[in-house]
Design a protein around this ligand. Sequence first.
Ligand SMILES: NC(=O)c1ccc[n+]([C@@H]2O[C@H](COP(=O)([O-])OP(=O)(O)OC[C@H]3O[C@@H](n4cnc5c(N)ncnc54)[C@H](O)[C@@H]3O)[C@@H](O)[C@H]2O)c1
Ligand SMILES: O=P(O)(O)OC[C@H](O)CO
Length: 346
Amino acid sequence: MSEKAAVLVAGSWGTALASVLADKGLDVAIWTRNEAQRDEINTLHRNERFLPGVELGPNLRATTDMGEAVEGAKAVVIVAPSSAVREVAKSLKAYYRKDMLVVHATKGFEIESMKRVSTVIAEELGCEEGRIVVLSGPSHAEEVVKRYPTTVVVASLEDDQAAAAQDLFMNPYFRVYTNRDLVGVELAGALKNIIALGAGMSDGLGYGDNAKAALLTRGLAEITRIGVEMGANPLTFAGLAGIGDLVVTATSRHSRNWRAGFMLGEGKPLQEVLGSMGMVVEGIRTTKAAHAISEKFQVQMPIAAQLYHVLFEGLDPRTAVEALMGRDRKTEMEAMSLETWETWHT
Ligand SMILES: NC(=O)c1ccc[n+]([C@@H]2O[C@H](COP(=O)([O-])OP(=O)(O)OC[C@H]3O[C@@H](n4cnc5c(N)ncnc54)[C@H](O)[C@@H]3O)[C@@H](O)[C@H]2O)c1
Ligand SMILES: O=P(O)(O)OC[C@H](O)CO
């Protein structure tokens, strides 16, 4: 009999990760709260709303009963939007076993508390945060289900948990690296969405390649700076969860964050943009969280701050760009916060 894994929630990324596991020969149970979606997956082997045109393997089945999904599973993979992670982890608590590998692939924060996703899950399951693994990196669901080569990183405070997650997911088209920097991998994966939104907005304004390259470079400096302040290793931001994911999210036609930013740059109001997406755009909530975090840690995040003004205070995107271009002059090293990097090494 094949080993079993459970995936919690059947959005685009949950379904794609379930396919990776099914391709490895595992019996995969995917939990959804939506009965019509369950029936579509079980009878037509499709999840048309989230991954149009994709045929799912026969060893991937859906259920609306979380207990049934998790029963006998050696691993459970939580792929809920950040807004739903606590609720999903709370429901999982009743079925959680200590020998179960828990991986999450959510990119965001709990905005009310500014907590990272691993912290939220560990709190709800009543386990050490070291038991939780994060999976992140440049990986759009639409390409993973086509089995295009993809690389990701799994991070945990406990090496054996990260190694188990690497073993669980690694296959010929899905290459998995491990990393000990749980904090850095989670922060990089969440914060890059803000910069991708900004890159989309720049494209929507018609500002060209120079502006986008500037946003990516200065954006990476900015998210690294806050990341280090929150305990991350700066080198993580130069890896798959950082620059790797920033490149894909800020340039790919699959990126919801880039697309939302593009429409905002074209002048569409936020509510209209969100209404037209039909899928989660984590960068919007994360901009709110980053605004609070940068104030709490007293770390400047100029791009995130301007995006916050555009998204939540009605600032015109062109005025936001003018404000960024008109900031005090700096040396590049000062602006990259070399001092914080040095702090990390002392
Ligand atoms: N789509 C990708 O390519 C991709 C890649 C890497 C990481 N991610 C991350 O994965 C997470 C999920 O994104 P996605 O793309 O799958 O989103 P999605 O919009 O495609 O799907 C979200 C799913 O969550 C379900 N959901 C929402 N609230 C729920 C709740 N309270 N209880 C149960 N189910 C609930 C929705 O019904 C939907 O099925 C995000 O943090 C995203 O950043 C996505
Ligand atoms: O489509 P996006 O913008 O939510 O990005 C999804 C992933 O983070 C890409 O790795």
